[in-house]
Write a protein that binds this ligand. Structure first.
Ligand SMILES: *Cc1c(COP(=O)(O)O)cnc(C)c1O
Ligand code: SF4
Length: 399
């Protein structure tokens, strides 16, 4: 072993613990306790500016964005923030900036039109066979680009009062609902008892075939994934979980342990990333992230084009960049590492896949397509028995 500091490239590949940093005098027991981490979250400008030097844009962001989305960062996650790099990929996700107070063209408070698809407060029923159930407005830390910033953190004057009993009644009465996605906010901030109760109530509904949890706890507060929590979740299978990781440096030994505990409890894990400018919108970073996820038994599920949430222009990357990244993945790494790139249609059309173009030409007789290296191939279309046989094969120009 040598003592040289790891290079930037290897940092993307290795599982490195952020350590205790400023909290080196705290006992291991406290540091590893999720209650201690939650109680010691950094939530205001004074606390954070004693620990790192903020830029004027960040200071102004703290002062002016507070009525929209609160700031909170667990000590554990704070130690991943790049103290000396204002453009750092972790820093951009959780430290507010003045740009959040700007409203660009097209931006909305409810970019996916969730409120208009909500039959009961806290329940969104957009797709035929599944619903989204928002059970809390709290998260362990707040993402500056959060698509639900209108309701999470309690900072805005949005009136969020989920009606769980009413939502359960709705699901019971809608037999077409076979899949319930429990999200928020972060459902894993509920107590073990409350989760046990909620999941038990959902599993008791005959037509609910599976329950899913959406959570960023393994990333922001991996200490919350205790053996007791896993024992609780294990009782409610089939239970799936989508976590939310954006950058390979978020993949620490602590997060790995949390994911392994969840997997060992029989919970298949998927990951959702948001494509963010300066965070993960380049092929090298994204591939490193996706490959690290596979090493933690997490299957990359979605990359989201960043929603048009008010004040997010500085964090949004372009669709053409997203497509370029997708193209750099397919064929160039493990198929399991390749998620679906989607845009949640503004206004409420749901998730729509967007993909680089592989099909160059298609008619009744053939498909002409290219592979990951750009080589062109032809596949003869299977002729249906009833269709008239083609008389003149059409000539296709391939350039
Ligand atoms: C994302 C989402 C779901 C789940 O969609 P999947 O593609 O099945 O993961 C369900 N309801 C709403 C409102 C959603 O936004
Ligand atoms: S964890 Fe999820 S719900 Fe919470 S602030 Fe981040 S994106 Fe929003």
């Amino acid at each position: 072993m040598c003592d040289e500091p790891p290079s930037a490239g290897s940092l993307l590949k290795e599982f490195v613990s952020p350590g205790k940093g400023h909290w080196r005098d705290v006992s291991d027991e406290d540091w590893n306790s999720y209650r201690w981490q939650l109680q010691h979250r950094l939530t205001n400008l004074n606390q954070i500016s004693t620990l790192m030097r903020l830029t004027p844009e960040e200071e102004a962001g703290f002062k002016l964005s507070g009525h929209k989305l609160a700031t909170a960062i667990t000590p554990y996650f704070f130690n991943l923030v790049e103290a000396n790099d204002p453009g750092g990929p972790i820093r951009r996700q959780v430290i507010p900036r003045i740009e959040e107070t700007h409203t660009a063209h097209w931006e909305m408070a409810d970019p996916c039109g969730e409120d208009s698809h909500s039959p009961v407060p806290g329940l969104v029923h957009r797709y035929p066979d599944r619903v989204l159930l928002l059970v809390t407005d709290r998260c362990a830390a707040y993402c500056r680009y959060c698509t639900r910033s209108r309701l999470v953190s309690g900072a805005s004057d949005y009136d969020f009062h989920p009606k769980i009993e009413q939502a359960l009644t709705y699901i019971r009465e809608h037999k077409e609902v076979r899949d319930v996605l429990v999200s928020g906010g972060d459902p894993l901030l509920l107590s073990d008892e409350k989760l046990d109760w909620l999941l038990g109530r959902l599993r008791a509904i005959r037509h609910v075939e599976l329950v899913r949890i959406g959570s960023r706890i393994p990333i922001f507060l991996p200490q919350r994934v205790t053996p007791e929590l896993c024992a609780t979740l294990r009782r409610h299978q089939p239970l799936w979980m989508s976590i939310h990781t954006n950058h390979p440096r978020e993949c620490t030994p602590e997060m790995k342990t949390a994911c392994e505990r969840l997997s060992d409890a029989g919970i298949p894990l998927g990951n959702q990333s948001v494509l963010l400018r300066g965070v993960n919108d380049d092929p090298v970073t994204m591939k490193a992230l996706l490959q690290k996820l596979l090493m933690m038994r997490v299957r990359p599920y979605y990359i989201y084009q960043c929603d048009l949430i008010t004040g997010s222009a500085h964090l949004r990357s372009s669709v053409s960049r997203g497509l370029e990244i997708m193209q750099s993945l397919r064929g160039h790494t493990t198929g399991y590492a390749v998620p679906q790139y989607v845009i949640d249609a503004p206004g409420g059309g749901g998730k729509v896949p967007v993909s680089p173009e592989y099909v160059i030409y298609r008619d009744e007789e053939r498909v002409i397509f290219r592979n990951f290296e750009g080589k062109v191939f032809e596949y003869p279309e299977a002729l249906s028995e009833t269709a008239p046989q083609p008389t003149k094969p059409r000539q296709v120009e391939v350039v």
